[in-house]
Design a protein around this ligand. Structure first.
Ligand code: SF4
Length: 202
C-alpha cells in the first residue's frame, strides 16, 4: 500500500539485503487496513517467522487527511493477535520500555516474535517520547500535529548548542499532545489541519 504502484518485490529484496548485511533486528511494519490487506496478516507472519525479521502490525491511523481513514477500516490489534495465535501460538512479553510503541509477542515454538502497535485501540500518549523533524526544519511534538516549531532559523543564525537545547527542552516541556487518547472528541476543523506522515516521517 504505497499509492504509487511500487513493487513489494523490491521491498523484499531490500529486507533480504539488510539481513545479509547483518542488520539486527530487522523490523517490518505492516499497517493493516480492513478489506485491503487484512487477508495478508497470516501470510506475513508465516513468511517472516524464523527469519530473524520481526513483523510489527500497526493499526490503521488517521495520520494526515489524505488516507481516507475511518474506524471501520481499522483492524484492532486484539483481532490481529487472535488470527495469528490461532495458528502460531504467541505469548505477550509486553512493552520492553515504557516509551516503546509496540507490544511484543513471542512465538511459543521459538520462531521469533511479532509486535503490535495499538495506537487507536490502546493509545499510549502518556509514554510518548517522539519528536519529529521535518525536512524544512520544523519540530513536531505529535504525529497528528497541525503545525511545527521552527528550528531552522536559530540553526541558520548560528545559535549555540545550548540555546538549541533549551529551545527543544522548552518545546517538550510545554507540549500537551494526547491526540490518540482524545480521538473521537476532535472537531472537523482540527482534523483537517493535520500534517501528512510523508512530511514528518513515521
Ligand atoms: S498521538 Fe501524538 S502524543 Fe499520542 S502517542 Fe501518537 S505522537 Fe505521541
Amino acid at each position: 500500500m504505497n499509492g504509487v504502484g511500487f513493487s513489494a518485490l523490491v521491498v523484499q529484496q531490500g529486507i533480504d539485503a539488510a539481513l545479509r548485511a547483518g542488520f539486527a533486528p530487522v523490523k517490518v511494519n505492516m499497517v493493516v487496513k480492513r478489506g485491503v490487506n487484512d487477508s495478508q496478516i497470516l501470510p506475513m507472519a508465516t513468511h517472516f517467522r524464523g527469519t530473524g525479521v520481526e513483523v510489527r502490525f500497526i493499526e490503521f491511523m488517521d495520520v494526515g487527511t489524505s488516507n481516507g481513514w475511518n474506524t471501520e477500516s481499522m483492524v484492532p490489534s486484539s483481532e490481529i493477535v487472535r488470527i495469528i495465535d490461532a495458528i502460531f501460538p504467541v505469548t505477550s512479553t509486553g512493552r520492553h520500555k515504557p516509551s516503546d510503541t509496540s507490544v511484543r509477542l513471542r512465538y511459543a515454538d521459538g520462531q521469533g516474535s511479532i509486535g503490535v502497535i495499538s495506537s487507536v485501540s490502546q493509545p499510549f500518549c502518556g509514554d510518548c517520547t517522539r519528536l519529529r523533524l521535518s525536512a524544512d526544519g520544523q519540530l513536531f511534538t505529535c504525529l497528528f500535529a497541525s503545525g511545527g516549531s521552527d528550528i531552522r532559523t536559530p540553526l541558520r543564525n548560528g545559535d549555540s548548542d545550548d540555546v538549541l537545547r533549551r529551545l527543544v527542552a522548552g518545546l517538550w516541556r510545554q507540549r500537551a499532545d494526547r491526540y490518540s487518547e482524545q480521538r473521537g472528541q476532535m472537531n472537523a476543523v482540527y482534523s483537517s489541519q493535520k500534517v501528512e506522515m510523508s512530511f514528518i516521517g513515521g
